[in-house]
Design a protein around this ligand. Structure first.
Ligand code: NAP
Ligand code: MG
Length: 481
């Protein structure tokens, strides 16, 4: 059965009911490899968002009082449901988002793993007992916020759905998710699987729709107690300002312009492979992509030759054929990245590989390597979110660190060296929430992930993510006579 056979069931999920938008409006999601429409999904109105938040609030009360080990068991069953439908989900994701099938499979496996990982934490969310003297008993409890509003982007729709929903549920919250308009299908299907796994009605609600009004209505809703957002810096700042009105805490995972620093003593072959994987996976539409290489002058040409060699072997095609390079997600993203190819050239960068949109249907862009890029160039400073690598060079280590840190972002950074002391020194000096040494994408479900500076607030993944979904209550009991 094709995963698209599921699409006649596209609908909002509110309080366990599947329904259309209250005004009947829809949006169309397309296949970015062909630009053909795939499905119409509801464009939720603020009234629909209001219903979803009410349903979540209602379901929250019973869920909060469900024994934590039982919460964990239910959430664990979601992981099993996802694994049982992994192939279907991966095909759906690849078709709607455009990514190569094997990458979609890995995203879905990661989604199942989030539910498993957090399920195991459900009955371990302990408080502390605090010694304040013989006349008072003092302890803390960790309580859920209530309703978590989650706004997800189009680059990893299914995986990021799980990354936010799993810890929120385990901590005892109810959730309303607003997926990106370009890629709503996997979230709709995942929500169905959560219900078939036995998650009580209303605990998880999905409102498909546009950023404004659907996402906006969620961000400003009085009944939302916590917000999780992944996306661009401008929208993240806007969400934070909106949340300020109701003093709602936000977790923001925004973009990056991540440096990979390569020293002459590194294994250059391995560095080239890691960096190519880092920038060309999901055609660069990754917040933690290896966007810019800072390579020591003495090995610059050799590294560039090796990188070009990797790229020249890439296959191109629709995601479902599992090539190395699929289409970008949308016409808008294709346009943005095409503009950056012009910007790089006009700033005087040299195109070593690629450099053009591809002459074929769909939103394809050639994997591109710009060399001779200066630290002040826009292609060295701005997040492109496409298959475009900027190569810069340095002479002294301090110079490399200052170029690496001199951008508004601070999500991830990579160091390639076999000098242990240098590696440790740089991990301390780099302003980034995640530092990789001789690898890329070193994060797992278990490791905390998030940004410094404009790259975000709070941490996703790992046990630390649970801190976003729990608040501390301190209890003081007088024992004096
Ligand atoms: P975006 O505007 O930040 O979109 C992210 C999510 O926010 C989507 O669900 C979007 O809905 C929603 N949204 C938009 N406006 C909103 C509002 N006023 N209130 C509440 N929610 C709102 O990102 P984009 O425009 O799709 O992509 C632009 C750039 O963002 C990319 O080129 C890339 O640089 C960056 N980006 C970063 C990440 C990341 O992982 N950090 C992911 C995706 C994009 P709609 O989709 O309906 O607009
Ligand atoms: Mg958008």
């Amino acid at each position: 059965m094709s995963p698209l056979d599921q699409l006649d069931r596209t609908a909002l999920l509110i309080g366990g009911d599947r329904r259309e938008a209250s005004d009947g409006a829809t949006l169309t999601t397309e296949n970015p490899a062909t630009t053909e429409p795939l499905a119409d999904v509801p464009a939720a109105t603020p009234a629909d968002v209001d219903d979803a938040v009410s349903a979540a609030r209602e379901a929250f009360r019973a869920w909060r009082d469900t024994a934590p080990d039982e919460r964990g068991r239910i959430v664990h069953r979601i992981a099993t449901e996802i694994r049982d439908h992994a192939e279907e989900l991966a095909r759906l994701e690849s078709t709607d988002q455009g990514k190569p099938l094997s990458q979609a499979e890995s995203d879905i496996e990661g989604a199942a793993a989030y539910f498993e990982y957090y399920a195991g934490a459900a009955d371990k969310l302990e408080g502390a007992s605090i010694p304040v003297g013989p006349d008072q008993l003092d302890y803390t409890v960790r309580e859920p916020y209530g309703v978590s509003g989650q706004i997800t982007p189009w680059n990893y729709p299914a995986n990021l759905f799980a990354r936010g929903v799993a810890p929120a549920l385990v901590a005892g919250n109810a959730v309303v998710v607003k997926p990106a308009e370009q890629t709503p299908l996997s979230s709709i299907r995942l929500a169905e699987l959560c219900v078939s796994a036995g998650l009580p009605e209303g605990l998880l609600n999905v409102v498909t729709g546009y950023g404004d009004p659907t996402g906006q209505a969620l961000a400003e809703h009085d009944g939302v107690d916590q917000l999780t957002f992944t996306g661009s810096v401008p929208t993240g700042k806007h969400i934070m300002r909106t949340a300020a009105d109701s003093v709602t805490p936000v977790t923001l995972e925004l973009g990056g312009k991540n440096p990979a620093i390569v020293f002459p003593d590194a294994d250059l072959g391995a560095a080239a492979e890691w960096i190519a994987t880092g920038i060309f996976t999901n055609v660069g539409q990754i917040c933690s992509a290896a966007d810019r290489v800072l390579v020591h002058e003495s090995v610059r040409e050799e590294l560039i030759d090796r990188l070009a060699g990797v790229v020249e072997g890439y296959t191109v095609g629709p995601g479902t054929e599992d090539p190395d390079i699929g289409p970008l997600v949308s016409e808008a993203q294709h346009e943005t990245v095409s503009e950056y190819l012009e910007v790089g050239r006009s700033e005087g960068a040299t195109v070593r590989v690629g450099g053009e949109p591809m002459d074929r249907p769909g939103y394809f862009i050639e994997p591109t390597i710009f060399t001779g890029v200066d630290p002040t160039d826009r292609v060295a400073r701005e997040e492109i979110f496409g298959p475009v690598l900027s190569v810069l060079s340095f002479e002294a280590t301090d110079e490399a660190v200052s170029i690496a840190n001199d951008v508004e972002y601070g999500l991830v950074a990579g160091v390639f060296t076999n000098d242990l002391t240098r590696a440790h020194r740089l991990t301390r000096e780099l302003e980034a929430g995640n530092v990789y040494v001789n690898t890329w994408f070193g994060d797992t479900n278990q490791t905390p992930f998030g940004g410094y500076k404009h790259s975000g607030i709070g941490r996703e993944k790992g046990l630390e993510a649970l801190d976003s979904y729990l608040r501390t209550k301190n209890v003081a009991i007088d024992l004096g006579t």
